[in-house]
Design a protein around this ligand. Structure first.
Ligand code: TYM
Length: 370
């Protein structure tokens, strides 16, 4: 079945094993997971469940770490709207990496990118950048080790690095990697250099070669291809990456949760009533048409969105395994499964929204400005 995965479009029934081949990344092997487990003193549930499923040079990065060369983390957000719970997937995992490896995090918020590509003013993407930053802070990152920057407000530092990258990438390379055409505006044509720049920012700031690991969904990988290509020519290490799959939209059936379709997503700012309404109304069910049939035949958790979301957000393996079994056997009904998800998410969002409001006063602890 056809699917598309680019930094700007994700649709269709994604074949992740195929993507590994097409993108030229490596599967996250059990051997590598064991190594992470040993170094981190455990495995995050998104690793145990292969929600993070692919990488570039993570083995090399871990070797450097073992030799005492601590790495930095780099990830980000394109502020085109409110944050949804799909965006939190790589960020929650990044927080775990920071906690376990003591790594500094560089977090880019790309108000310029979304201005180039969406029908939004620069004022609006900048406003959203600050709103999205609250969601990052609310997750509990260490202020001593976390540096958030909004592109236009950190341009003096970033531009110099981006210029070094841009000088070494031709337009025909950018066309091949990003599908640019003659109609692409100049801002966007230059843009990949801006997303590549933070791969080298820790080295520039620390004045030594700092290895970098980028946790993100697989849609961002094209940027790391060009970053890795130019790194040796700039005298830097190639950035390593670890890729996750997409949290599916409420309606299921492939693609990713998207902020532009409000009814496909749960946003971090949604009220408890809103979360309940969306899930009860839209979450695609793997259950049978009637309760009687469901009790007799059982449901299919592999396509059921409530179950799929719980794979991302229920940390306890034994709870999840029991839900799988009960849904399969028909002991657990779709409505009951949805209520469990609603309870899980509203509990999480209640804490998140409180921290998010507290974060308004804490922005200066985290923001890098020129
Ligand atoms: P953006 O804002 O589209 O997405 C932010 C992060 O969330 C991931 N993501 C998802 N992960 C799981 N399930 C989903 N449904 C889902 N939707 C989005 C994205 O992969 C991303 O990690 N250009 C970037 C901003 C950026 C960036 C970076 C991202 C700048 N530098 C470095 C990652 C790493 C963007 O528009 O992301």
């Amino acid at each position: 079945m056809a699917y598309t995965v680019t930094p700007w479009e994700v649709s269709g029934d994604i074949d992740y094993a195929r993507l590994i081949k097409d993108f030229g990344t490596s599967p996250l092997s059990d051997v590598l997971l064991k190594r992470i487990e040993k170094l981190a003193g455990g495995l995050h549930h998104m690793l145990r469940r292969k929600i993070f499923f692919s990488h570039r040079d993570l083995d090399i990065l871990l070797r450097k770490h073992e030799q005492g060369n601590t790495f930095a983390l780099y990830t980000g957000r394109g502020p085109s709207g409110n944050t949804h719970i799909g965006h939190l997937v790589p960020w929650l995992f990044t927080k775990w990496l920071q906690d376990r490896f003591g790594a500094e995090l560089y977090f880019q918020i790309t108000n310029d990118e979304k201005f180039f590509i969406k029908d939004l003013s620069l004022e609006e993407t900048t406003r959203l950048a600050y709103e999205n930053a609250l969601d990052v802070i609310a997750l509990g990152f260490d202020p001593e080790k976390t540096h958030i920057f909004i592109d236009t407000e950190y341009a003096k530092t970033l531009y110099g690095i981006a210029a070094q990258v841009a000088r070494r990438v031709t337009f025909s390379q950018a066309k091949a990697v990003f599908g640019f055409s003659n109609e692409t505006n100049l801002g966007l044509a230059f843009w990949p250099a801006m997303q590549a720049a933070p791969c080298f920012l820790p080295s520039v700031l620390k004045k030594r070669k700092v290895p970098v690991l980028i946790p993100a969904a697989i849609d961002q990988d094209p940027y790391w291809r060009i970053s890795r290509d130019v790194a040796p020519r700039l005298g830097y290490e190639k950035p390593a990456a670890i890729h996750c799959v997409f949290l599916p939209p409420l309606q299921g059936a492939g693609g990713k949760m998207s902020a532009s379709e409000a009814e496909s997503a749960v946003f971090t700012t949604d009220s408890a009533a809103e979360v309940k309404r969306k899930i009860l109304k839209y979450a695609f069910s793997g259950g049978q048409a009637t309760v009687e049939e469901h009790r007799k035949l059982g449901g299919n958790p592999d396509v059921d969105v409530a179950y799929q979301w719980l794979r991302f957000f229920e940390e306890d393996d034994s709870v999840l395994a029991q839900l799988y079994k009960d849904y399969r056997s028909g002991a657990l009904l779709t409505g009951e499964l949805k209520m469990l998800l609603i309870r899980k998410l509203t509990g999480f969002l209640e804490d998140h929204q409180r921290e998010r409001e507290r974060a308004r006063k804490r922005l200066d602890e985290f923001l890098l400005r020129d």
